[in-house]
Design a protein around this ligand. Structure first.
Ligand code: SF4
Ligand code: SF4
Length: 383
């Protein structure tokens, strides 16, 4: 495993971090303890030392604590390795209504995680519509006092909002780190490359989420893209190209991957062994540009599967519907995708249940015209 400094903190974090929002489950929300523990065991044995979770991960909605923190607390206590890893979790900023909520959430999270301190505590999903309120409620003072009391060691924020908001937040405080969405298709959206550079110039460590764009860059690869990868002078899997693109950037300290199978962990750990900055050759960079071009021409909806638009009051599984729409758009033969759509989704989760209320569009981190895209899904896949 390779390690990089998390910005000016100087902490040596593994370049591959374990994102705990997609751990294997029993049913929809309960973490499968045995499977999750075995893939975490493997990752930790191979040197992964950064674990990222958040209050709502593996919860039934964004407004309640999910199972991810609870599982991690049990896991770390049982394994007795709390001191050896960097633990990151996040304040659910959208649930904060007053100053005392901040302390209450942190206390609850410490209990759930069975620890006295969080290494990297982030404001989760800072947005234009909550940043000013959080500041007015005293969030920066809360972070200072929690740090001076030793309940948190370092402070950061995550955001899916645009570059303007990202830089505004970045300038508002001496952040130790930030968490941004970044991958080879997202250099110009959200914080983007400009945001990455700005953070690095300030000495703010950068952790990256959505390295595979919600799986789009790993699954259902379009034949045109497959052909480009196959012709490349060096053989790599699609996820390997995506991770290598990220680790090529010296500004990135760690890349979080929401791994949920042993195969993914083994493959990503293997790739991380060689994730040096400035390691892509000119020819490899050209190949990636070619792939980007193909994708840009095909993707219909830039959905990252982040789930912030959920739950839909009518039960539509929005990210899944959009994912099937993208898969159909990227493949020459969409009949398989149609079959899968009807096989995998309950009738209540399909695009045809959309009542066009627009609530999801208000919440969408990518500002997507979800209603229009669901109409397209309905036309493509039927009811
Ligand atoms: S617009 Fe459709 S998908 Fe979005 S929240 Fe309303 S009913 Fe659900
Ligand atoms: S539609 Fe928007 S909010 Fe919902 S999962 Fe996709 S990107 Fe995230």
């Amino acid at each position: 495993m390779l390690y990089r400094e998390m910005g000016k903190t100087g902490e040596q974090v593994s370049i591959l971090g374990f994102g705990c929002m997609r751990l294997p489950t029993i049913g929809m929300y309960r973490v499968d303890r045995n499977k999750a523990a075995s893939i975490l065991d493997y990752a930790l044995d191979k040197g992964v030392n950064y674990l990222d979770t958040a209050y709502p991960y593996h919860g039934t909605s964004n407004s309640e604590g999910g199972d991810s923190e609870v599982f991690l607390g049990e896991y770390l206590q049982k394994k007795g390795c709390r001191e050896e890893i960097y633990l990151s979790t996040k304040l659910p900023s959208w649930l904060v209504k007053e100053r005392k909520d901040m302390d209450q959430f942190l206390e609850e999270q410490l209990k759930r995680l069975r620890t006295d301190y969080i290494d990297f505590y982030l404001l989760h999903s800072v947005k234009k519509n909550n940043w000013n309120t959080l500041e007015d409620l005293g969030v920066l003072e809360f972070l200072d006092s929690a740090m001076s009391e030793g309940r948190i060691r370092y402070i950061g924020f995550s955001s899916h909002d645009d570059n303007e908001l990202f830089k505004n937040v970045l300038d508002s405080y001496l952040w130790d780190m930030c968490l941004i969405q970044y991958n080879y298709l997202d250099e110009e959206i959200q914080a983007g490359h400009d945001g990455l550079e700005s953070a690095a110039k300030r000495g703010t460590g950068v952790a990256v989420m959505e390295p595979l764009k919600g799986g789009v860059l790993a699954n259902h690869i379009p034949p045109e893209v497959r052909e480009i990868w196959d012709k490349a002078p060096v053989h790599r899997t699609a996820p390997e190209w995506a991770f290598r693109f990220l680790w090529n950037h010296p500004q990135i300290s760690t890349v979080l991957s929401g791994m949920n199978t042993m195969r993914q962990v083994v493959e990503n750990v293997f790739t991380a062994e060689d994730g040096q900055p400035f390691s892509l050759t000119r020819e490899e960079t050209r190949i990636m540009e070619e792939v980007k071009k193909v994708y840009y021409e095909k993707i219909l909806v830039e959905c990252s599967s982040c789930g912030y638009c959920m739950p839909c009051p009518n039960g539509v599984n929005i990210p899944q519907c959009l994912s099937y729409l993208n898969q159909a758009a990227m493949l020459n033969d969409a009949s398989n995708v149609k079959t899968q759509y009807h096989f995998m989704l309950k009738d209540t989760e399909k695009a045809s249940r959309c009542a066009e209320c627009g609530i999801c569009e208000e919440l969408c981190t990518q500002k997507l015209p979800i209603r229009d895209k669901l109409k397209m899904a309905r036309e493509k896949f039927g009811r």
